[in-house]
Design a protein around this ligand. Sequence first.
Ligand code: TXA
Ligand code: MG
Length: 449
Amino acid sequence: MELPPVLHEYQKMYKLISEKIKHDINYGLILFITKKFKENIVREIEDKGDYKIICDRILDEFDNYFLNNSREKILLEIEKFQQIHISEKNVKPKILSINDTNLDKAVDLLKNGKLVAFPTETVYGLGANGLNSEAVKLIYKWKGRPSNNPVILHIAKLYDIYNLIDISSKMINIINIISEKFWPGPLTIVVKASDIVPLEVTANTGFVGIRIPNDSVALKLLDKCDFPIAAPSANLSGHVSPTNYSHVYIDFINKPLTILEDSENYSKRIGIESSIIKIEESFTSSVKLTVLRSGFIGGQSIKQTLEDNGFSVELIYYERVATDEEILDVPGQLFRHYAPNINAYVHDCNSKNYIETSKLKNYVILGSNKSLYQYKDTCLEYIDIGNNVFDVAKNLYDCLRKAEDNLSANGIIISIELMYECFDINTDIKIAILDKLMRCTEAKSIFIK
Ligand code: TXA
Ligand code: MG
């Protein structure tokens, strides 16, 4: 059969590319190239029908890509693509609106070992029955999450915590005090786990992270369950965290996942993950309070709360970065994290890496407080990320996803001037945002000149 001319050109192109990276032409490769370089061009093909020119352009783009990335990295990306797009081809996530019947449906699914994504005031969670090892294993599998990274248990009320933890009465007292002040809310407390918590939840650490989220949908769902819900953020491992249901849908496009719609609480969203603290008794009479992940609720205010109740507190910040190969003493510190599918850079006038204004037409700029605004018409796309740290936290992930969706983009440049301007307001949330920016850019910076 005669191939339509467009397919003919494509076939030639795939052949060339696959020879280049010494990889068989297969569905995964085709999808990969299609997604990476072509979707925006297909429209042009329909309009103009000039396949040859368009395919040449794609080849040029691929040449660039090939020059800038190692073969291993490209093969890995293709493999990831294959896994995501080829298996379970005809399955799609299902979105449920919020009403009693649908919440009951979600509970039934969870009871039967299925996964349900639900909104929280921080980011969407990929939920499973937290007492069912097999269901929790599915979380790791679907996310592609390393098995040394434990997941948080979500509960509806403080009472539900007691059989999940194994701690002294002094520690219980401490948890009561902290939870009264900060729960429901964006704070996860890590303490010694009881025997009923599966090893998959603790990742064999003996410790479990627990929180009561402050979102009406999450709370209604949790209230209907007679088990805690284990839930990491509902994104593929390493990718940008999701703040609305369409983000979840895209990451799990070929999975039989049920997604509860956004709640009515959008304006109350924080947009970045909960703060994580670990509390331990120390040999001295003080309590050891370690901040493992900064967020909206600061270590200092938790320390103050405990001190107001007569405890002496040793506060430690333990946030660091680790490579994939390292054994983590505390999990969740991988260097590359929250990362979009294209290169991202923070804008830094001290950076040795610079870009000329004329090249900005291939870059998306995330500007804040009108900084980098002067490049609005020079760059490929300008996205306003917000004018204060709270808005930046709320918008950051959505902006990163919007930027990576621009298929013509070679990279994203993020303004962080705002973070330095407002030094004295809510330091913890600022630390949190800077930490996320550092990980999502892999500490890459650029200077526009
Ligand atoms: O806001 C949030 O915390 C969201 C929502 C869905 O609740 N969840 C979330 O989960 O961000 P995840 O898995 O994406 O990040 C949880 C982090 C991981 O870095 C993990 O290493 C750490 O919490 N973590 C969980 N349990 C822990 C434990 N037992 N010990 C030390 N770190 C723990
Ligand atoms: Mg996460």
